[in-house]
Ligand binder design. Structure first.
Ligand code: GDP
Length: 444
């Protein structure tokens, strides 16, 4: 399980909020300690941890109550959004040159998976319909050149090689020339790594970069190295200028420190991630999905999101006015039903209403079915009829027409019409009660 330890560490935080009604400075103190501990154990860089916890804590305490959403669910959402933010927010896509070949220069220390990434990248771009060429520039490791040639053959992408004697910058120059001759869309150059950052490697890369003028210069880092990966990205960024990072070996038992630290520490985005040794195992880095995977609570997240969305509806006030003046019509009914459908399922909504926690699956299916039936009937109404239920109450002909057009019975239509008048009264009473006596209906 990717980042399993981080996931369970974070989970401890919201578990402690179960049963609370609202988040306060006092009751989030313990959960914040859990979050801090989980991030530190995942090897996230300390300044990042501090900012993260501060931000989550501020948001949690300032959040207030969202009707129907419990504090532990709110905290999941806040942590999720903060994880997304710390990982860079949006996906950072590979850039392509406007004209001429797109050149991608790969850098990185030995053993991080650079050569594998070069081939994976070519494989992926080829699948997207781009013609690719690889340049074998790892002159310090003859095996790396052979490895790239073999991979190139496997994926059907030409590999430019010039042995181990040539200077990397000359290989770059010749390789690029060859690529241009062949009208290649994307050129990917693998370069020599070292065991550690040293001046020779940096100078070589600077040289190569000058000749290639790459669209993307990507540093390949190993997720297993945690926050050290973030420091490397910073170092390469300062020394040679890079456009982003590629994080490999995310399939192993890495703890998440790299994924969570790179962007904040270096300012450079992670563009791609490697999640295995097969050519297919390279994908864009989606902060959103990554955060979702870390938390493993997709359903809670989408629930809270949708509840917030529904609550934010601008026409909430409008609706209130309509209810109070008993003008609630079929349009409003439809809007409300759709809002309910947005929340996900009737069962969830029923669960949000006090005293309705336990509803049988049969009842839920019944309720969902009747919503569909209701929608069909409302859709068969004219705009005028939707606004003025009175028209339907007065005219059996209209009800007959709607029944026919919606494929329902006249009795069902009559029921719906009766229902909206009942709802008008009930909703008004309910809202009047919620507002504690002051009944604006009298000011009308
Ligand atoms: P280089 O020295 O940076 O060129 O590294 P290589 O491309 O030769 O990769 C070093 C080792 O890591 C090889 O055994 C690769 O198969 C392996 N490797 C590369 N990327 C991944 C990955 O995403 N997941 C896993 N599990 N192994 C990887």
């Amino acid at each position: 399980e990717m980042f399993g330890q981080l996931s369970s560490g974070l989970e401890a935080a919201w578990t402690k909020l179960k049963g609370e009604d609202v988040m306060t400075k006092e009751n989030v103190a313990e959960p914040m300690k859990d979050i801090r501990r989980a991030l530190l154990e995942a090897d996230v860089s300390l300044p990042v941890v501090r900012r993260f916890v501060q931000s989550v804590s501020d948001q949690a305490v300032g959040m207030g109550v969202i009707r129907g959403v419990k504090p532990d669910q709110q905290l999941v959402k806040i942590v999720h959004d903060e994880l997304v933010k710390v990982m860079g927010g949006e996906v950072s896509e590979l850039q392509f040159a406007k004209s001429g070949p797109t050149v991608i220069l790969l850098a990185g220390l030995q053993g991080v998976g650079k050569t594998t990434v070069a081939a994976k990248l070519a494989y992926n771009l080829k699948k997207q319909g781009k013609s690719c060429m690889l340049i074998a520039g790892d002159v310090y490791r003859p095996a790396a050149i052979d490895q790239l040639v073999i991979l190139g053959e496997k994926i059907g992408v030409p590999v430019y090689t010039a042995g181990t004697e040539a200077k990397p910058s000359d290989i770059a120059k010749q390789g690029l020339k060859e690529a241009k001759l062949n009208n290649v869309d994307v050129v990917i150059m693998d370069t020599a790594g070292r065991l550690q950052v040293d001046k020779e490697m940096m100078d070589e890369l600077k040289d190569v970069k000058r000749f290639l003028n790459p669209t993307e210069t990507l540093l390949v880092v190993d997720a297993m190295t945690g926050q050290e990966a973030a420091s490397l990205v910073t170092a390469f960024s300062v020394e040679i200028g890079i456009t982003g990072a590629i994080l490999t070996k995310l399939d192993g038992d890495s703890r998440g420190g790299a994924a969570l630290s790179v962007k904040e520490v270096s300012g450079k985005p992670i563009k791609l991630v490697g999640r295995g040794e097969r050519m297919e195992d390279l994908e864009p880095f989606y902060p959103n999905r990554m955060a979702g995977r870390i938390l493993g609570m997709g359903d809670v997240l989408s629930f809270v999101e949708k509840a917030q969305e529904v609550m934010r509806q601008e026409d909430a006030e409008d609706l209130q006015k309509k209810i109070m003046s008993e003008k609630f019509d079929f349009n409003d009914l439809l809007k409300q039903t759709r809002a309910v459908a947005k929340i996900g399922s009737v069962s969830r909504v029923l669960g949000m209403i006090p005293g309705m926690g336990k509803v049988s699956p049969a009842q839920i299916r019944e309720a969902e079915k009747s919503l569909v039936i209701m929608e069909a009937m409302i859709e068969a109404m004219t705009p005028e009829e939707k606004e003025k239920p009175e028209l339907l109450a007065e005219s059996p002909e209209r009800r007959k027409r709607i029944a026919k057009d919606s494929g329902k019975t006249e009795q069902q239509v009559s029921q719906l019409v009766a229902q909206i008048f009942q709802m008008r009264v009930k909703m008004k009473n309910l809202m009047g009660a919620m507002e504690g006596g002051a009944n604006p209906a009298f000011t009308d």
